[in-house]
Design a protein around this ligand. Sequence first.
Ligand SMILES: Cc1cc2nc3c(=O)[nH]c(=O)nc-3n(C[C@H](O)[C@H](O)[C@H](O)COP(=O)(O)OP(=O)(O)OC[C@H]3O[C@@H](n4cnc5c(N)ncnc54)[C@H](O)[C@@H]3O)c2cc1C
Length: 519
Amino acid sequence: MNKVDVSSDVLVIGSGVAGLAFALKMADYANVLIITKKEKAESNTNYAQGGVAAVLSPSDSFDNHVNDTLICGDGLCEKDVVEKIVKTAPTCIKELLEIGADFNRTEDGDLDLGIEGGHSKRRIVHSDDLTGREIERALLNAVARHPSITILENHIAVNLVTRNNRCIGCYVLDKRGNMIQNFISKLTVLATGGIGRVFSHTTNPDVATGDGIAMAYRAGATIMDMEFTQFHPTTLYHPSAGSFLISESLRGEGAILTDRKGRRFMGSYNPMKELAPRDIVARAIDNELKKSGESYVLLDISMKNPDFVRTRFPGVYEQCRSFGIDITKEPIPVVPAAHYCCGGVRATVEGETGVGNLYAIGETACTGLHGANRLASNSIIEGLVCAHYTARRCRELLKKDFSLRPFSPWESGKAVDSDEMIVVTHNREEIRRLMWNYVGIVRSNNRLARAKDRIDLLTREIDKYYWDFIINSDLVELRNIVLVAQLIIESALMRKETRGIHYSLDYPNKLPIARHTLL
Ligand SMILES: Cc1cc2nc3c(=O)[nH]c(=O)nc-3n(C[C@H](O)[C@H](O)[C@H](O)COP(=O)(O)OP(=O)(O)OC[C@H]3O[C@@H](n4cnc5c(N)ncnc54)[C@H](O)[C@@H]3O)c2cc1C
């Protein structure tokens, strides 16, 4: 072994809910190394507002939650996966409470359960409207208390290393030291989150560049259902706001959508009006904007008691106020944005990917829970449940005699000419814009073909860069973004129907048999 090699029983890539929950469940049995590409809390998890879906009320049932999930998934959910995740969800909530997660409670001390679009019952456990931050806090605290878990921040996984279709570790770039090291592991777990940054408008933070999906694809794993990008209907429209999400739960609590003239429009799209599944709401807004030529619509909760609004939605209230909007008095300007990747690395609930010793959990994985559309608040719970089952599987595996397998060091390219880095930035912006314009909420053969031509060209250009220059994290992410864009376009071209959140002008109908897209 090279003296700069780093070794562990289990290498976890990513410190969101899935990676942290998995690490906690492994740490009594193995030494666990978590790498994360920025600060440890920076993740999609940390920005989740609405909450976590689980059956916790006597007026609800597993069947209800399963049915709501299946309806939303539009024929493409794997029913056994849905049942397993739904039935394990309450245990995972209990475990979060045990490690100190602080969720809202009613006056009687029961968990205060919210409701969101597509759910037939109140089952959303939440911590005001900052649920992800609270979960991330609780998990990070528990991880910090465990002596067998190490977290390395500012370490970005570059490429998985396989031998005979078995993962033996990963090349990792230490962003501070600017060097690539061999991270050798018995088992490797991808918990790298989403892909939102492939699109120009997104609710996701900078880290969501689809690295896990791209690395797994390069390592030979199957990638499933990538055409199903969920667009969140309501993000704050403000020139300086980035893409701040306005939670679904505002609509759950009675907020209405209107055009700029105050005309409520959801009734003409779906009988559930504002509580329709988010794809229907996103398309309705997209259609309203295309018809009117306006840049945004309005979301209004000002008819509710101001104290209720301020205490139920402190995050949204404060954020909007910082942009001069008082949501207790006036409507919020909103637009849709790319939000969640229903597809990903094809994996079982136990995280198995088809590549030996390589596991995938959380948003990076595609287990079949979401099908063609994710039911709101079903993703954090998927991360928790799959972390649970994957850890159980990995604990069993490690009982076998595993040896670490060293591999040859990374070979760097030539020096980066700083003038050339502008090309990286330019290409990234170009990919994100073209994905938004041609591979967005409403798709067509022509737009997809145009996107494919352009992405093929950019792929060749970026590949040349990748092999010719010293790697930095921008280049690693750019190479992943272009590959994920390619996977989304290929998948969208293969689906010759409209289903769930994949909406095609050329194929407006649903085919009689639902099939997964596999790449
Ligand atoms: C604004 C917003 C609101 C949401 N609201 C909800 C909600 O209310 N309920 C719900 O269920 N879901 C919600 N979601 C979705 C949910 O938050 C995510 O699907 C879930 O948290 C994903 O968890 P994860 O652990 O899989 O990934 P993440 O939490 O995204 O964590 C991924 C981790 O991997 C790291 N990483 C990525 N690539 C690399 C690399 N190459 N090397 C090293 N590290 C890497 C990242 O830095 C990060 O630490 C929301 C998402 C957003 C963005």
